[in-house]
Design a protein around this ligand. Structure first.
Ligand code: AMP
Length: 196
């Protein structure tokens, strides 16, 4: 089974690249941001909680996020593998993902860290905000999201470094160029069958 963690700051292109990976490798794409936005659209209790936090650029509490993801994995018993997009965003979430997968006798194969500098991130998110309709793609929330990313999410890199699963991907250039870099890393993991 191939399980990919797609990692990066807001605006780094995780969603776009996940869709390309999903198509090419036939994996199930689990985007926690999309899952939460679907809850908001359905007006559920989780959606109501998420709505306020997302628009302020804050995280949903770890315990809740972990439960949600665990439930999602169960919905795809025949999956060839997963792309985890937007999860883990904290070290406790990374720990929980390891345990969740271990219980199912699988594990994270590779963590791809799409690296884009902050100025470029802000530019991309402001641009996206013109058409995305997302409550968090505005200047104030963008800065908050980047700050939360730097304090809570960056330590996740060391977590995967220690497991020798972290691969940095240069996130600038065209979508196709970034995808090519990603495929190179995934293909090398596929050929190294021990990781499966
Ligand atoms: P995204 O679509 O991945 O940019 O996520 C949008 C927002 O959803 C984030 O800014 C958080 O408020 C929330 N969110 C998504 N994934 C997580 C997560 N793993 N942990 C906590 N909050 C999350």
């Amino acid at each position: 089974m191939l399980n990919v963690v797609i990692f990066g700051a807001p605006g780094s292109g995780k969603g776009t690249q996940s869709e390309l990976i999903e198509k090419k490798y036939g994996l199930v794409h689990l985007s926690t941001g999309d899952i939460l936005r679907a809850e908001i659209a359905r007006g559920t209790d989780i959606g109501k909680l998420a709505d306020g936090l997302i628009s302020k650029g804050q995280f949903i509490p770890d315990d809740l996020m972990i439960d949600i993801l665990n439930g999602q994995i169960d919905q795809y018993p025949t999956a060839k593998g997963f792309i985890f997009d937007g999860f883990p965003r904290t070290v406790p979430q990374a720990d929980a993902l390891d345990s969740m997968l271990k219980r199912r006798n699988i594990r994270v194969s590779i963590m791809l860290n799409i690296d884009v500098d902050t100025n470029e991130l802000v530019k991309r998110l402001i641009n996206r905000g013109k058409t995305s309709g997302r409550s968090d793609d505005n200047l104030q929330t963008i800065h908050q999201r980047i700050q939360v990313y730097e304090t809570k999410t960056l330590p996740v890199i060391q977590f995967y470094d220690r497991q020798h699963k972290h691969h940095r991907i240069q996130g600038t250039g065209t979508m196709e160029e970034v995808f090519e870099r990603i495929c190179k890393e995934i293909d090398s993991v596929i050929s190294y069958s021990v990781i499966w």
